[in-house]
Ligand binder design. Structure first.
Ligand code: NAD
Ligand code: MG
Length: 389
């Protein structure tokens, strides 16, 4: 990065999560390049307070109103402004005090603040893939109108983004999204029906928040990522291929129209794509563990088992039919994962719930933003009612 560049003012929406905390590690190591202006958390007031005391942001937002007093009191001897509630997330997203939003809230809850940030011309480092799954057309259209970059943080999309640097004139034949396969790779439904939440939360390669870890175990994560890739890179469904690569070393690939394939490789460590997104278009020297080819002698690839991991098939349908179907799928999936994490339904029930919801909520080919909001609510209510949540 150019040493003379001004300090980039960062707002981390979802600072107490897996992505948020790793982003703060990156920023801590680069205080000459980044400052922390906004931190937000849903209900982890203790961690938010600790982060605020350490990074001295301009503003913190605690999503849960009931935690306002605790945060306000703990920060009373600082200059940090404290806000609370869902609406405050949007209001703060619209403020002038920062340059780049790291969108690291999990799920649909990240959509509205991110929209506000784009409307106000902020650059976005996007971890929250659900935002693009729900309303990718609107997000990307607004980003083009406002001439702001949406820089992916998701490791696969960061890999593709990095492969595309310098290739603006060249056509993509297809992208190859790699998937670790999760903890249940090779397993069949008779095994999956009995897996418990503790087991599903053990990802072999990545340490992440609970929702994305379950999504990785069901392969819904890869389904969401196909839709995310479609919007980020303006692709047709048939240009997106998923390959199981259990070592998680190749983070994804781009095949150009001459057949040449570019890949981005590295150890599975989210700090690298986070740092890349914060620093883009530059790169920053760091001391992250380097990959050693003497230790990694085998890279393998296989077809995903879509008969067992049916979520991938559902996501393929959503990707192809488009309209509000990805939004419906995402809402049902959020309910399904929530219920699974509370031991209310079993591992395979999640897919049935998503499928039923996708088959029931009315299809809209070209939804408005309001219609996306409505579809999300309808799908959530329908799915929650089905399992009496
Ligand atoms: P996490 O559960 O660890 O953290 C989520 C953050 O969002 C927390 O700060 C939490 O306070 C906040 N949050 C949760 N619900 C909220 C709500 N209703 N309103 C406001 N804030 C809320 O999640 P994570 O693993 O850090 O993932 C964040 C996003 O990044 C997800 O969309 C995920 O798919 C994506 N992502 C994560 C990883 C990873 O390695 N963790 C990798 C790629 C993409
Ligand atoms: Mg990913």
């Amino acid at each position: 990065m150019n040493a003379n560049q001004p300090i980039k003012r960062i707002a981390i929406f979802g600072s107490t999560g897996s992505i948020g905390t790793q982003a703060l590690e990156v920023i801590e190591a680069n205080t000459d390049k980044f400052s922390v202006e906004v931190l937000t958390a849903h209900n982890n007031d203790e961690l938010l307070i600790t982060q605020a005391k350490k990074f001295n942001p301009n503003i913190v937002v605690i999503g849960d109103d009931k935690k306002y007093n605790s945060v306000k009191e703990a920060l009373s001897d600082t200059d940090v402004k404290v806000f609370a509630g869902e609406k405050a997330l949007e209001e703060v997203a619209a403020m002038d005090c920062y340059d780049l939003m790291l969108a690291a809230i999990v799920g649909y809850a990240g959509l509205r603040p991110t929209l506000k940030a784009i409307d106000n011309g902020k650059a976005i480092a996007l971890a929250n893939k659900e935002t693009l799954v729900v309303a990718g057309d609107i997000i990307m259209r607004k980003a083009v109108e406002k001439r702001i970059p949406i820089i992916p943080v998701d490791s696969e999309h960061s890999a593709i983004f990095q492969c595309l640097v310098g290739e603006t004139r060249n056509r993509i034949e297809k992208i190859i999204l790699t998937a670790s396969g999760g903890p249940f790779i090779g397993r069949k439904p008779n095994y999956l029906v009995n897996v418990k939440r503790e087991h599903a939360l053990q990802h072999p390669n990545w340490s992440m928040g609970a929702k994305i870890t379950i999504d990785s175990a069901t392969l819904m994560n890869k389904g969401l990522e196909m839709i995310e890739a479609k919007w980020l890179f303006n692709l047709k469904p048939e240009q997106i291929q998923v390959v199981i690569h259990p070592q998680s070393i190749i983070h994804s690939m781009v095949q150009f129209e001459d057949g040449s394939i570019k890949a981005q490789l590295g150890l599975p460590d989210m700090k690298l794509p986070i740092q890349y997104a914060l620093a883009f278009p530059g790169r920053i020297k760091n001391d992250f563990t380097r990959m050693d080819f003497k230790k990694i002698s085998t890279l393998t690839f296989e077809e995903p088992d879509v008969k067992t991991f049916r979520n991938l098939g559902l996501a393929q349908t959503a990707l192809e039919k488009a309209g509000n179907l990805p939004c419906i799928m995402n809402a049902a999936n959020e309910i399904a994962v929530f219920a699974f994490l509370r031991n209310r339904i079993n591992f395979l029930d999640m897919t049935d719930l998503i499928e039923k919801t996708m088959n029931t909520i009315p299809f809209i080919e070209k939804p408005t933003l309001e219609e996306y909001f409505e579809s999300d609510g309808e799908a959530r209510n329908f799915a929650a009612d089905l399992i009496k949540l």
